[in-house]
Design a protein around this ligand. Structure first.
Ligand SMILES: *[C@@H]1O[C@H](CO)[C@@H](O)[C@H](O)[C@H]1NC(C)=O
Ligand SMILES: *[C@@H]1O[C@H](CO)[C@@H](O)[C@H](O)[C@H]1NC(C)=O
Ligand SMILES: [Zn+2]
Length: 427
């Protein structure tokens, strides 16, 4: 069976599940926020743009920006290129992504701190540690940064003050909209679910930048930054990889850098494959796409901040430090970035000594044999049919009546009603 057929069937199964009400609508209704951010401390979308314009015009030899990638509502996503443009020898290429989820403000604040530190270091005395670090980064890396992958979601959130909002203007979770296991069960076809994946892979204009930038450049590493918890995910996070317990080809190297990152700051970050670290799977994620389709040897989703559920928390301060704690939280995170640069600088140096070629050569992702697929498919359809039958006839007579506002039903979400906010998705 071809992969496309498999996907179609998975979609059919997902639709069936939906109809039976077994996929909950995890409505992200506005909560009455107890804590609101101070926009003289946190950036809002307009101060993000304003401050970037200043940084770029003051440092044209180190930062360039491409404002042409646009969201559905025509807001710039802003692609930065950070490097020492005066020296032109080949450098390592890293891609950082921020702002995929509207409510996660913290990561982009750490990006500003990183840029300020790099640019400040350039100006410091030439024998200072700051200067040497900046020079190491700017002369060895082409750092590309997607500043705000989801500007419409951010705009909507700021305007509505719905600090629980995660998706785009149409509620699509960009981090489920990619062509890696798109449509599988670790995402939703329900528009009101916060993991709504969109009509099809790449249905959202916001997803194009990721495809386009990776077709223009061959990246050595990709990092998708999030917040809500302190965790570092290696690929893969999808349902099928979990079923098959698959490991990425570059697993050991991926793990090594994750381990270094997890110990880089004063906080410990849990790390591991997405599907082992979380109790939920996630299909169609950006970092799995970068690993599995784009074959970027190092691809991570990194959750930079989180203190767990706390009494009285609403959304803003569940995903972000309070304004008065922001500066310290950002400073605490910076060593994680240095660890990334040092790691790649180090492997680059050793690979140059061995002939200049990449240490790591990816091999193709293993495909399932069609028999296993067919069997799994038959089994799945059988289980779904039986479940639906019982749901409709015995246990849940209200199943069809509660449609289309289906609320409490799946086991997964039954447990999440008890853990409440702590079960909201981060990646
Ligand atoms: C963004 O924050 C700035 C600085 O606090 C404020 O002046 C401005 O009105 C805010 N913009 C929007 C669109 O909320
Ligand atoms: C940038 O590169 C140029 C040319 O190699 C070099 O002279 C300059 O010192 C570099 N600046 C920094 C901050 O690395
Ligand atoms: Zn996130």
């Amino acid at each position: 069976m071809r992969r496309s057929e498999w996907l179609v069937r998975v979609n059919v199964v997902a639709i069936l599940l939906d109809l039976c009400g077994y996929v909950i609508s995890r409505d992200v209704l506005p909560q009455s926020e107890i804590y609101l951010p101070d926009y003289t401390v946190y950036h809002n979308y307009s101060t993000i743009k304003y401050q970037l314009k200043n940084l770029i015009s003051n440092n044209p030899q180190f930062i360039k920006a491409d404002w042409t990638y646009r969201s559905k509502q025509d807001r710039p996503q802003i692609l930065l290129h950070v490097s020492n443009f005066t020296n032109t020898f080949p450098k390592l290429k890293l891609l950082f992504s921020y702002g995929e989820h509207a409510r996660e403000f913290f990561p982009v604040e750490t990006m500003f701190a990183l840029l300020h530190t790099l640019l400040h270091g350039v100006m410091s005395s030439t024998d200072s540690h700051e200067h040497l670090s900046s020079r190491m980064v700017l002369s060895n890396f082409d750092l590309y940064i997607i500043v705000m992958a989801n500007p419409d979601g951010r705009h909507y959130l700021e305007k509505s003050q719905n600090y629980c909002w995660r998706g785009t203007s149409t509620g699509v979770d960009l981090n489920r909209n990619f062509d890696w296991q798109f449509g599988n069960l670790g995402s939703s076809s329900n528009h009101e679910d916060e993991e709504y994946r969109g009509q099809n892979a790449f249905s959202e204009p916001e997803s194009e930048i990721f495809q386009h930038v990776t077709s223009q450049h061959k990246f050595d590493a990709f990092f998708s930054f999030h917040s809500g918890i302190r965790q570092i995910y290696l690929p893969y996070a999808d349902t099928r990889s979990k079923q098959l317990q698959l490991h990425h080809d570059n697993f050991h190297n991926l793990l090594e850098l994750a381990k270094q990152m997890s110990h880089a700051t004063k906080y410990y970050f849990r790390y591991g494959e997405g599907y082992t670290l979380n109790d939920y799977t996630a299909d169609g994620t950006i970092f799995d796409y970068m690993a599995g389709v784009r074959k970027i040897p190092y691809s991570y989703a990194v959750e930079l901040w989180g203190e767990g559920d706390h009494e009285g928390a609403r959304c803003f301060d569940l995903f972000n430090p309070r304004s008065e704690d922001l500066k310290a939280a950002v400073t605490d995170i910076l060593p994680l970035y240095w660890t990334i640069f040092q790691y790649f600088h180090h492997i680059h140096q050793s690979s140059s000594r061995h002939g200049g070629h990449s240490v790591y050569m990816p091999t193709p992702y293993p495909m399932l044999s069609s028999d296993v697929l067919r069997f799994g498919h038959v089994l799945l359809v059988g289980v779904v049919a039986l479940t639906c039958y019982f749901a409709v006839h015995n246990y849940l007579p209200s199943c069809l009546r509660c449609f289309p506002r289906r609320r409490i039903i799946s086991l997964r979400n039954l447990s999440s009603t008890f853990t409440s906010f702590s079960s909201m998705k981060t990646t």
